[in-house]
Ligand binder design. Structure first.
Ligand code: SF4
Ligand code: SF4
Length: 673
């Protein structure tokens, strides 16, 4: 451990850092090995209190300017910017960066799709033609052609399926507008309930094209441009919507078309999926292309043979973070942990290679990898890391990159593994892969696939409402704990939970993505779960797959009986352990779509300021959703439940739901006992 830093040894209670048993085991081992992780860095570096409240600005060299979070209106920046302008601009830049990340991801997917369709990329193919046709139809592309034929001597018009490639080419051109269009409305606005779009049009927030929205938002946050928090937030909404109904949605839909639409499958999660006698390769990041090609490489008989010659029983491929969540949902590839376990998993010593692409890849991985002799490879031109080897993935010949990584991993297995390998023997099986399409079949059955049964169960009160619990993990709170407690409380009160990203992995490790977790649900939700055989917590995939939640909301509105706009629905969202700017963009597109969205950890605004009031109250008065904040998961759950009940009341469907909530007072009383 030559690279391990010489630090004064501090004693930590590792169980306070995480409820993930395997992560805690590895944190202890890292400490023994003298290896530092993000958990320790977070403990030793308190967040800056001014920055945490978003009360500082460094947008020009007259500053940086720091206001007083305890008395935010007592002064302004040198240019005269108030706390509302400063906080709104900071928030806006988070939205811009988060939306840019999803948009760039979506655009890369579209670039690949274009080349697949034109035959210049051959390693990937259109795998799901049904999905291709459905997506095309949803934005008004003809999927059938009319033909005149003679029948019984008469000329009649018949419809025939249109050529798949023709549809694909038109779809590609149309979806490009999501990014490049400068005027008009992005294509997937056609999927939004008309009343929601009407509100957006009234407010001037229908996205034109994500590049334009992001660019304008960055312009507006420059010194001396937009200095009215309401107007800045308006552009935040437009930009965030270009992510949710644009960049992210294109990423999800194209991935499904190219690699297959997920269907529920049983798959393992946790570090026990590593195998000591195998060559272990982890893919971590966000875009599915690297992973899809890696799947081909590890199944190549020649490479398997090479691994065997090196003394391995085989090659074991696993995933982490959102790349992992996506292929877990799509193909059942084992997942070894979420964002806050990425360093910990290297501490096992068992990982021969970790290949990363973009987003949520801690620079600290390079140091930990070096300590254990693990090869860390960057593969995307956007993401290099000092200390990691860069082997670029060229989509025209992706196997060149992934085969090389596999060969390097075999080399490490053969001669460079550390003496001591410790793999925590824990694996949590669960059901993953609930695409929005599958929710149709699951509740409606193959022959009457529809959201109607879901709507009926919401209307009759068996399902009180739906909550999207999503997002990152964060060492500023007890890892996984906020996610798990929040979800348990929600299902206990009959709220069906849908999940993505690192949150889904936290709940999988807690065993809640199994049908028998229905025993933890309230009577109504448990009855629905038992009848259908589904878990009370549905895993939908990666962060960009939050767009599946938007589509599900639109389908619920379209099906009828629960209002006319997304804002009418008894639905709420939460990112209880968020950390990335992408999470802020996601949160804001949930809000702008009409949903109440509660964040934990911290919130970049000061309570009592006009900007805070605008996000937390006034947006709802304008017909959108609103933001909420709570640190405590139970409080968070009851804020969401209260919102769901408010919506139920407005819809006139309160009847059977009028039993008393287990509120904060009840809980405190219990805690005392
Ligand atoms: S833009 Fe205004 S508040 Fe920001 S650093 Fe410059 S002077 Fe200070
Ligand atoms: S959920 Fe958050 S931390 Fe996890 S991979 Fe997605 S963006 Fe990164």
């Amino acid at each position: 451990m030559a690279e391990a830093k010489e630090k004064k040894k501090k004693e930590y209670n590792w169980n306070e850092f995480s409820i993930c048993e395997t992560t805690v085991m590895m944190l202890k081992k890292a400490a023994e090995d003298g290896v530092e992780t993000a958990f320790v860095r977070a403990a030793e570096m308190k967040p800056c209190p001014i920055g945490a409240d978003s009360a500082c600005c460094k947008h020009c060299s007259m500053g940086p300017c720091r206001l007083n979070p305890k008395d935010p209106y007592s002064r302004t920046g040198v240019c005269g910017a108030t706390i509302d302008t400063i906080a709104a601009r900071n928030f806006a830049r988070m939205v811009a960066s988060g939306a840019a990340a999803h948009t760039d991801h979506g655009m890369s997917m579209l670039d690949i799709f274009r080349e697949v369709v034109h035959g210049t990329i051959k390693d990937y193919k259109i795998k799901d033609e049904v999905k291709l046709r459905e997506v095309a139809k949803s934005i008004g592309i003809e999927v059938e052609i009319k033909k005149k034929v003679k029948r019984d001597g008469r000329e009649v018009e018949v419809k025939e399926p249109r050529d798949t490639l023709e549809i694909a080419k038109e779809l590609c051109e149309e979806l490009e507008k999501t990014y490049t269009q400068v005027e008009g409305e992005i294509p997937f606005v056609k999927r939004v309930p008309p009343k929601t779009v009407e509100t957006w049009r009234k407010l001037g927030i229908v996205p034109r094209g994500s590049m334009r929205e992001i660019m304008e938002l960055m312009h507006r946050t420059h010194i001396g441009v937009d200095q009215h928090y309401e107007n800045i937030v308006r552009q935040c909404s437009r930009t965030a919507l270009s992510d949710g109904w644009g960049g992210s949605m294109v990423a999800t839909e194209i991935s499904d078309i190219l690699y297959g639409t997920p269907k529920p499958l049983v798959a393992p999660v946790n570090m026990g999926a590593l195998k000591e006698d195998h060559v272990n390769i982890i893919v971590h990041g966000h875009e599915p292309n690297l992973f899809e090609s890696m799947i081909d490489s590890v199944n190549d008989p020649k490479l398997i043979e090479k691994a065997k010659e090196a003394g391995a029983a085989g090659i074991n491929l696993t995933g982490m973070c959102c790349s992992g969540a996506e292929v877990l949902s799509r193909h059942g590839v084992p997942h070894v942990g979420n964002f806050m376990s990425t360093e910990a998993v290297l501490v096992t010593g068992a990982v021969d290679a970790m290949a990363v692409d973009v987003q949520c890849i801690k620079q600290g991985l390079a140091t930990v990898a070096k300590c254990y002799g693990t090869y860390l490879f960057t593969t995307n031109p956007r993401c290099w890391i000092e200390g990691a080897e860069h082997i670029e993935l060229d989509e025209k010949n992706p196997r060149e990159c992934t085969d090389k990584i596999v060969e390097k991993a075999i080399e490490r297995f053969k001669s460079k593994r550390p003496e001591k390998i410790v793999i925590p023997q824990r694996v949590d099986m669960g059901v993953h892969g609930f695409s929005h399409e599958y929710i149709n079949y699951m509740l409606g059955g193959t022959f009457r696939a529809s959201y109607k049964p879901l709507n009926e169960n919401i209307i009759n009160g068996k399902i009180r409402g739906v909550a999207g619990v999503v997002g990152c993990t964060n060492p500023r709170v007890r890892h996984d704990w906020v996610h798990v407690e929040l979800v348990k409380e929600l299902i206990r009160h009959d709220v069906l939970v849908v999940q993505t990203g690192c949150s889904q992995i936290a709940l999988a490790k807690a065993g809640l993505l199994k049908p028998d977790a229905a025993v933890l649900a309230g009577d109504g939700l448990a009855e629905v779960c038992e009848t259908v055989g589904m878990p009370p917590v549905l895993g939908c995939g990666s962060c960009v797959d939050n767009s599946r939640i938007l589509i599900a909301c639109a389908e619920i509105v379209k099906t009828g009986g629960l209002g006319e706009s997304i804002a009418d629905l008894p639905v709420a969202g939460a990112a209880p352990e968020w950390m990335s700017e992408k999470a802020i963009s996601i949160g804001h597109y949930f809000v702008a779509s009409g949903l109440y969205t509660v964040f934990g950890v911290t919130f970049p605004a000061i309570k009592g300021t006009k900007f805070y009031k605008h996000l937390f109250e006034e947006l709802e008065e304008l017909g959108l959703g609103k933001w909420g904040f709570a640190e405590d998961p139970i409080e968070m759950a009851h804020m969401m439940i209260a919102h769901i009940d408010k919506k139920r009341e407005a819809l006139g469907i309160t009847g059977p739901r009028e039993r008393k909530l287990f509120d904060m007072a009840d809980r405190r009383a219990l805690d005392v006992v």
